[in-house]
Write a protein that binds this ligand. Structure first.
Ligand SMILES: Cc1ncc(COP(=O)(O)O)c(C=O)c1O
Length: 401
C-alpha cells in the first residue's frame, strides 16, 4: 500500500518486527505497598481515572480543576487562592517551588537531615541559587534554636525544611519557624510529600509560605500529581521576579494562569485529565473523612505497629519519640540480621513491601509506610506477621511470641 507520506514510485521499506510488542491485556500482581510510597490507591480513586476524557479547556474540566484547588485549601488549611497540582510526582512540586521562589544568586538555607535536603540543595544549585546546607545527624530534627541561629547568620531568601523525612523517618516540627521567617523576611518552603494528610499541617496558622506534596502517599492516589500552595507573600515574590523562571514547564506565572490564579485562563500545557480526576476524588475523600480523623487514623496505625514491633524486640531508628514520623516508620536492623532477606521473604510469602534504608540509612534500617488507604489495622497486622516470620527464619529470639 502507498501512503501519503511517500513520494510516488518510492519503494516502501519493510517494517521491522524486531521490537514488535507488547501484546495482550496487561496484568500486574496485587501487592501491599507498605514501604515509603507509593501506597496502594483507594479503588474509588482508580475508578475515577477510567471516566471519559474531557478537553483540558472544557468548562466541566475547568470546574474539576477548581474543585481540586478548593480541596487543596482544606488539606493545606489555607485561605490562599494560590493552590494547584504540578503535573508530575513530588519532584515536580519541589522543582516548581525552587525554580519560582529563587532568582539566580539568591540564597537558600536548606535544612538537610536526609536525602530530601540533599536533593533540594542539588536542585537549587542547578537553578543558580547560592546554597547553604544546615545539617544534622540522620534520625534527628532541627531545633528552633538551631534554625534561629542559622537564619540570623545566613539571612537567606528561602528556608527549606522537610516535614516528613522519609529516608530517616523524622518528623520536623514547624512550631515557631513561620514566625522566625517572618521576622527576618525569609520565605518558608516545606516538603510534605510523605506527611500531608497523615500528620497535622496548618499552612496559614503556622505561617508557611510555600508547600509541595505528592499524590501517592497519604492521599491514596497514584503517583503523578504534586499538590502545591503559595501564600500571598510567596506569590508576590514570583510576580516581582527580575529574571524569568528558568523552567518554562514549571513557570507559575504561566501554569498559575491555566489554574485561574490571575483571573484569566489560558492554555499552558495539556491538563493531566485523568490524574486531576484522581485528585478530585482523593480530595473528596479527604473532605468526607475530615482531617482530624485522618490524622488520628495514621497515629493509631503507627501505635499499633510499634506495639507489635516492640513485642518482637525491634527498636526505632529515631531516638526521640517526638521526632518520630508516624507515616514512614524506621526500624533498626538488629546485629546479625540480613535485612534484605526479611524484606524478600515479606514480598515472596506475604506480598508485602517492606523497604530498606535510603541514603544515610541504607543497610541500617527497614522502612514501613502507613499511609492513606494502607493506614489500617489489617495492613499493620500483615506487616507484623511478615516481620515475625522473616526474623524467625534467621533465628532471631523474639522478645514475646
Ligand atoms: C519527603 C519526600 N520528598 C520528596 C519525594 C519525591 O517524590 P516523588 O518520588 O513522588 O517525586 C519523596 C518521595 O518519596 C519524599 O518522601
Amino acid at each position: 500500500m502507498a501512503f501519503t507520506s511517500q513520494r510516488p514510485g518510492e519503494p516502501t521499506p519493510p517494517i521491522s518486527d524486531a521490537h514488535r510488542g507488547p501484546t495482550g491485556v496487561l496484568e500486574v500482581p496485587q501487592r501491599f505497598l507498605m514501604g515509603p510510597g507509593p501506597a496502594n490507591a483507594e479503588p474509588r480513586i482508580l475508578n475515577a481515572q477510567s471516566l471519559p476524557l474531557l478537553g483540558h479547556m472544557h468548562p466541566p474540566f475547568l470546574k474539576i480543576m477548581d474543585e481540586v484547588q478548593q480541596g487543596l485549601r482544606y488539606l493545606f488549611q489555607t485561605d490562599s487562592k494560590y493552590t494547584l497540582c504540578a503535573s508530575g510526582t513530588g519532584h515536580s512540586g519541589m522543582e516548581m517551588a525552587i525554580a519560582n521562589l529563587l532568582e539566580p544568586g539568591e540564597k537558600i538555607l536548606v535544612g538537610n537531615n536526609g536525602i530530601w535536603g540533599t536533593r533540594v540543595a542539588d536542585m537549587a544549585g542547578r537553578f543558580g541559587a547560592e546554597v547553604v546546607e544546615l545539617k544534622t545527624e540522620a534520625g534527628t530534627s532541627f531545633s528552633l534554636d538551631t534554625l534561629t541561629a542559622a537564619v540570623e547568620k545566613e539571612k537567606p531568601a528561602v528556608l527549606f525544611l522537610c516535614q516528613g523525612e522519609s529516608s530517616t523517618g523524622v518528623h520536623q516540627t514547624l512550631a515557631g519557624v513561620g514566625d522566625l521567617c517572618r521576622k527576618h523576611n525569609v520565605l518558608l518552603l516545606v516538603d510534605t510529600v510523605c506527611s500531608l494528610g497523615g500528620v497535622p499541617l496548618y499552612a496559614d496558622a503556622w505561617k508557611v509560605d510555600a508547600i509541595y506534596s505528592g499524590s501517592q502517599k497519604c492521599l491514596s492516589a497514584p503517583p503523578g500529581a504534586a499538590p502545591l500552595m503559595l501564600n500571598d507573600r510567596a506569590l508576590e515574590k514570583v510576580r516581582a521576579r527580575k529574571t524569568k523562571v528558568r523552567s518554562y514547564y514549571f513557570d507559575l506565572n504561566l501554569v498559575g494562569d491555566y489554574w485561574g490564579w490571575f483571573n484569566s485562563r489560558s492554555y499552558h500545557h495539556t491538563g493531566m485529565t485523568s490524574m486531576w480526576y484522581a485528585m478530585r476524588e482523593a480530595l473528596a475523600i479527604v473532605a468526607e473523612q475530615g482531617l482530624e480523623s485522618m490524622w488520628e487514623r495514621h497515629e493509631a496505625a503507627h501505635k499499633q505497629l510499634w506495639e507489635g514491633l516492640s513485642a518482637l524486640g525491634l527498636q526505632p531508628f529515631v531516638e526521640k519519640p517526638e521526632d518520630r514520623l508516624v507515616t514512614v516508620n524506621t526500624i533498626k536492623v538488629p546485629e546479625g540480621i540480613d535485612w534484605a532477606a526479611v524484606s524478600k521473604n515479606a514480598m515472596d510469602k506475604f506480598n508485602v513491601e517492606i523497604a530498606g534504608g535510603l541514603g544515610p540509612t541504607a543497610g541500617k534500617i527497614w522502612r514501613v509506610g502507613l499511609m492513606g488507604y494502607n493506614a489500617k489495622p489489617a495492613n499493620v497486622e500483615l506487616v507484623l506477621a511478615a516481620f515475625k516470620d522473616g526474623l524467625r527464619q534467621q533465628g532471631w529470639e523474639l522478645a514475646a511470641n
